[in-house]
Design a protein around this ligand. Structure first.
Ligand code: ZN
Length: 271
C-alpha cells in the first residue's frame, strides 16, 4: 500500500532491532522499501537485506562517501551491475549526487563520481536516486550531458524552477519527514505546487525524523535518540495528504504509482 522510496535499512542504527523495524513497517502498511547503498562497504548488505525481506535496492556511491571511496569502487560497482543485471530487486543506481552544503568535501571528486555513475546508469539502463543539497543546478547540468532514464531527486529542497527542471527530465521528487514541520515553508509549498504525478514519499530512515520524533541538539547531546524508521511513512504521508487536500487512500495510491513509474522494476516485485 505504501512505498518508502528511500530507507537506509542497512544502517548500524537498525542493527539491534532491524526485524522489529521491518515488522512495524509492514504492520503500518509499508509494503515496499527501497534500500539505497552509499558506498562499496554496503553494496552487499543493501542487496542481502532487500532479498531477505522482499524489498528493493540500489547500488551507488553517495557524495558524502566519495572521500573514502577508491576509483576501483566504480569498477566494482560496474561488475556488480553486470552480475546482477537480471536481479529484479536491483531497481536503480543510488544513492549518488552532489553535496555542496557539507563543508570540506572535494567538489571535483564529487563531480567525477557523479558523472561516472551517470554513465553506468545509462549503460545499464537504470534510473538514478539523487542526493541533492545545494547542488540542484550542478546535478541538472550533469543530467543534460548524460541523459539517464529518470529516477528520484530524494529529499528535494530546491526552488520551484529547479523542481520543474527535474520533472521535465522525467524525475520524481522525494518528500519525507521535513514535510511535517510547519516551518518547512519552501518544501511544503513545493509539495502543494508540484503535479500529483511528480511526488514520491520516503523516510530516509534513520535520518530526517518527523516532527513527533525530532530532538533538539541539546536533547541529543543529553543522549536522546531521534531515529526515524520506515513505519513512520503513513503518518508523514498524512502531512502530504492535508497539504494536497487528498484522502490518505488517494495519497497512498498516487505516491505508490509514482514510485513504480520512477523505478519501473518495483512493478514486478511481490508486495
Ligand atoms: Zn539517503
Amino acid at each position: 500500500m505504501w512505498v518508502d522510496s528511500h530507507c537506509h535499512l542497512d544502517a548500524p542504527e537498525f542493527d539491534a532491532d532491524r526485524t522489529a523495524v521491518v515488522a512495524r513497517a509492514r504492520a503500518a502498511g509499508v509494503t515496499q522499501i527501497v534500500i539505497p547503498a552509499v558506498g562499496a562497504f554496503d553494496f552487499a548488505s543493501a542487496r542481502a537485506l532487500a532479498h531477505e525481506h522482499g524489498f528493493a535496492y540500489a547500488l551507488g556511491i553517495h557524495p558524502l562517501y566519495v572521500m573514502r571511496a577508491q576509483e576501483q569502487d566504480l569498477t566494482l560497482l560496474a561488475g556488480l551491475l553486470e552480475q546482477h543485471r537480471d536481479d529484479p530487486r536491483l531497481v536503480a543506481i543510488g544513492e549518488i549526487g552532489l553535496d555542496f552544503f557539507v563543508p570540506g568535501l572535494d567538489g571535483a571528486r564529487q563531480e567525477f563520481f557523479y558523472t561516472e555513475q551517470l554513465k553506468l546508469a545509462r549503460c545499464f539502463d537504470l534510473p538514478v536516486i539523487l542526493h541533492v543539497r545545494k547542488s540542484a543546478d550542478q546535478l541538472l547540468r550533469g543530467l543534460r550531458r548524460i541523459a539517464v532514464n529518470g529516477g528520484i531527486a530524494h529529499a528535494f529542497n530546491g526552488s520551484e524552477q529547479q523542481a520543474a527542471a527535474f520533472v521535465e527530465m522525467g524525475f520524481k521528487l522525494g518528500f519525507g519527514g521535513t514535510l511535517t514541520f510547519d516551518r518547512s515553508l519552501q518544501i511544503r509549498r513545493l509539495a502543494q505546487w508540484l503535479p500529483a504525478t511528480a511526488l514520491v514519499l520516503e523516510t530516509d530512515a534513520p535520518d530526517i525524523p518527523p516532527q513527533w520524533i525530532y530532538k533538539t541538539q541539546a536533547e541529543r547531546a543529553a543522549g536522546a535518540l531521534a531515529r526515524n524508521e520506515p513505519g513512520e511513512l503513513p503518518r508523514i504521508a498524512a502531512s502530504l495528504a492535508s497539504l494536497r487536500n487528498w484522502t490518505l487512500a488517494a495519497t497512498a495510491h498516487q505516491t505508490s504509482a509514482n514510485a513504480r513509474a520512477a523505478l519501473p522494476k518495483i512493478e514486478g516485485l511481490q508486495a
